[in-house]
Design a protein around this ligand. Structure first.
Ligand code: BGC
Length: 811
């Protein structure tokens, strides 16, 4: 296990190496060499370290379908498993992917909180609760680092929403900061995190890369000895040097361009620089990038099998009126409905995106799991907005005749600088070989053979002006309008432009897109472009009617509903919790047929479900990773128990949600609610959500036995009273009715996952150290007297209670 006892680690042995470095070398070392790597200094045995996004898998330094990655379920799905051991194995799986791809540092886990369900990167973060987030963060960090790869918990701190994320000034009281937003970082540091990512936003008026919070509590109280890596371009000035901001990424960082001069003329102390370099050398030693240190070889992992198990473990059965599990052998005909049933969303958008080798859709997996049944598909409602990539099987590269396309890069004189053969029409260059910065024109060429005749909406998405030619004819010449100022959002989820084009089934059509690029700008070395097809213009009522007819003719119906990339991604927040398109009407219409209907929700964060009471079962499948479809089929057929419990309160309507604000006023976002977010806020408002925090059903029944205190732990016995093996998540909450300080009515202090055979009684032991009961009053204080601990299956279902006397004092 990672050794945390000796923190902060001694760096005395690295001092001689530091002394061999020139000022120029030191200044270079604290800035990236490029997008994803650090600077190498071979004279001292230091190689470059490679950093990479995930965190739901590891993309690697190239964003390239030719180098695919394991696509694990997203953060909220992992959190829904409430399983520390699984989170550890998830970290280990990421480490194995990292090493396979030559990555030393994984930029994750993302441990900001689900403060408002409108947060656009909710899917990537774990939970609304700091304790659940903290435990999972620590386990993920250990899983990665025990296998030799550095974790970078992010984004430190208060980056809980995306609107104006580069500039927003989050105003948050000290108590909320300590008890909620910092808590997961504190536990991740306790677990030994070798790096932390500082966020774009400001807290209390100071941008995070210059904020005192980098020193206190991170270094001075928690003993962090790792590297603070900036979020990409978050370093704004030399003021980040005296602040404990260690590595400016990507590099070379414009804001630190005259770092050497600044040291020479005394604006910056060389000692500040030295401290950063020593930390960087320590990180290099830890990941095996310095001297003779060899990297730890990660244990081998069966990636797809683990991804499937993780997805099952995080699938939450929200409602079940005796409809699930199906007895697949008795089903003659199954109606599978919904765009996401066929085009599953297995991950959220933005920098967390990885490119999987394959994706298992619910439709394919249900077909495989019910071989005796006739499985019929209807789209029912269109969910996709904008263009989606064209399937590889329908494309031929004109240069090689292989499936795919040719991409060529030209300078301003029209000289071809570089060309590559690609296998996806959705392309991102963000590091890698292509000479993006030097290119004035980028040309995509392919031969497309449609499966059906008719009109298609052909076009492109990108941040650059483009000209689209079909069989030599110009059909589109336009520049996308970039909304907002978040270049990351424009870059990672750019707008689409399309033109209606008539195609003939089986007839090859030559497509060419020319993108023109303006030089300069902060992302001049990066580009994204998708050549694709937008949903055809269809009659929405007709699609619903066809789905209804199919449901009527079937024994069961499953409707997979979900969000799209315009709803859950990076760089913007959500404006509503409604499902896009006509999906609500679709579900209602299918349910009204009387055919037992299951709704599977394919979304990374809560959506409102006005039809919740009308359907037989609701399964929240999250962004379940590349094996999502198998997980759904396993749960529907009962091959596996749905293992998830909600890591975040699920509202019935946005208007009911106590904390929603994500839009700053005059540049400020006030966390007015203080320590009351998530279920704490719902309890305070005495409001009932659609499904409470911690809720999730299984396929067996349980009886809760007794709770007893053993030292600082709570022992809880419970029995599986059903006739199937099952999983239960035992949750322990504290209350302090007579408190002299403001508190949540109830807060999570611990949890454990148990598995039991039919009839088996099991005991869960949950540590409740004093710190879980403490509140922040300039230090961690435990109020003397008795707390009440309650245990059960959700924040709203707590059959066991115990008085928990304390002596009080500092924790
Ligand atoms: C994101 C980070 C990410 C970084 C590098 C930023 O825009 O906020 O989470 O690690 O880009 O891709």
């Amino acid at each position: 296990m990672t050794d945390t006892a000796l923190r902060p680690a001694s760096v005395a042995h690295l001092q001689p190496l530091l002394e061999r470095l020139t000022l120029e070398q030191k200044a270079a070392l604290v800035q990236g060499a490029d997008f994803w790597t650090t600077v190498a200094v071979p004279e001292i045995g230091l190689r470059a370290m490679t950093l990479s996004d995930g965190p739901a898998g590891v993309r690697g330094p190239r964003w390239d379908e030719r180098e695919p990655s394991l696509n694990l379920p997203s953060g909220s799905a992992l959190a829904a498993a409430w399983d520390v051991d699984l989170a550890y194995r998830y970290g280990a799986a990421a480490a194995s992917e990292a090493r396979r791809k030559g990555v030393d540092v994984v930029l994750g886990p993302t441990i900001n909180l689900h403060r408002s369900p409108l947060g656009g990167r909710h899917f990537e973060c774990f939970s609304e609760d700091p304790e659940l987030s903290a435990e999972l963060a620590a386990a993920y960090v250990r899983g990665l680092q025990d296998n030799g790869v550095a974790a970078t918990p992010k984004h430190y701190v208060a980056n809980d929403s995306e609107t104006d994320r580069f500039t927003v000034d989050v105003r948050v009281g000290e108590r909320a900061l300590r008890e909620l937003y910092l808590a997961p970082f504190e536990r991740a540091v306790e677990a030994g995190a070798w790096a932390i990512m500082s966020s774009y936003n400001a807290v209390d008026g100071v941008t995070m890369t210059e904020n005192d919070l980098l020193e206190t509590p991170l270094n001075s109280e928690w003993g962090f000895d790792g590297v603070v890596i900036s979020d990409w371009t978050a370093v704004r000035s030399l003021d980040a040097v005296p602040a404990a901001q260690d590595l400016a990424m990507p590099g070379p960082a414009p804001a630190w361009a005259d770092l050497v001069e600044a040291v020479r003329d005394g604006r910056v102390a060389e000692a500040d620089l030295d401290r950063k370099v020593l930390r960087l050398l320590l990180l290099a030693e830890r990941v095996g990038a310095l001297g003779d240190a060899t990297p730890v070889e990660p244990a081998p992992v069966d990636g797809p099998a683990f991804a499937r198990q993780a997805a099952i473990s995080g699938t939450v059965l929200l409602r079940n009126e005796g409809v699930l599990p199906w007895d697949a052998a008795t089903l003659g005909r199954i109606a599978v409905i919904g765009q996401n049933a066929r085009d599953a969303r297995t991950q959220g958008g933005g920098s967390a995106t990885v490119i999987p080798e394959r994706v298992v859709s619910p439709l394919d997996a249900i077909r495989a799991a019910a071989p005796g049944a006739e499985v019929r598909y209807e789209i029912g409602a269109v969910v996709q907005e904008g263009v989606a990539e064209i399937p590889l099987a329908q494309l031929r590269n004109p240069a090689t005749s292989e499936p795919g396309l040719r991409v060529a890069f030209f300078d301003a004189d029209g000289t071809e600088l570089f060309a590559e053969n690609r296998r996806s029409t959705s392309l991102v260059w963000f590091g890698g070989d292509a000479p993006i910065a030097a290119s004035a024109t980028v040309v995509l060429e392919t031969l497309y053979t449609p499966e059906h005749s008719g009109d298609i909406e052909l076009g492109f998405a990108g941040a650059n002006p483009g000209r689209l030619f079909v069989d030599g004819h110009l059909v589109l010449d336009d520049a996308p309008v970039i909304e907002g100022t978040d270049l990351g959002a424009a870059f990672l989820n750019p707008p689409s432009l399309t033109s209606t084009v008539a195609v003939t089934a089986g007839r090859e059509t030559a497509i060419r897109v020319e993108f023109s690029r303006a030089p300069g700008g902060p992302l001049s070395g990066a580009m994204s472009a998708t050549l694709g097809i937008a949903p055809e213009r269809t009659d929405a009522d007709d699609l619903i009617a066809r789905a209804v007819a199919e449901a009527e003719a079937s024994d069961v119906a499953v409707v997979v509903v979900g969000t799209n990339s315009k709803v859950e991604s990076e760089g913007y927040d959500r404006t509503s919790l409604e499902l896009p398109g006509r999906q609500d009407d679709l579900v209602r219409a299918v349910a009204a047929t009387g055919t037992p209907t299951v709704v599977v929700v394919n979304a990374g964060s809560p959506v409102v479900m006005p039809w919740a009471g009308e359907v037989g079962a609701i399964v929240q499948g999250y962004f379940g990773g590349q094996e999502f479809g198998h997980a759904v089929a396993d749960v529907l057929t009962g091959a596996a128990e749905p293992g998830g419990r909600l890591p975040t309160t699920w509202p019935a309507a946005l208007a009911d949600v106590p904390v929603t604000e994500v839009v700053p006023t005059d540049g400020r976002l006030e966390y007015r609610e203080g320590i009351h977010i998530g279920y704490r806020a719902w309890l305070r408002a005495d409001a009932a959500p659609a499904f409470p925090f911690g809720h999730g059903l299984g396929y067996t029944t349980w009886s809760w036995g007794a709770a007893q205190r053993v030292g600082d732990a709570l022992e809880i016995t419970l029995a599986n009273t059903g006739d199937r093996a099952g999983k239960q998540v035992v949750q322990v909450y504290a209350e302090r009715a007579d408190s002299s300080v403001e508190r949540p009515e109830r807060w999570l202090v611990g949890f454990a996952t148990v598995h039991a055979a039919p009839g088996e009684t099991v005991t869960a032991t949950i540590a409740v150290p004093p710190r879980r009961l403490a509140h922040w009053a300039g230090e961690w204080v435990v109020e003397p007297g008795a707390f009440t601990l309650r245990a059960g299956a959700s924040v709203a279902d707590l059959p066991l209670a115990l008085e928990w006397p304390t002596e009080g004092g500092l924790a």
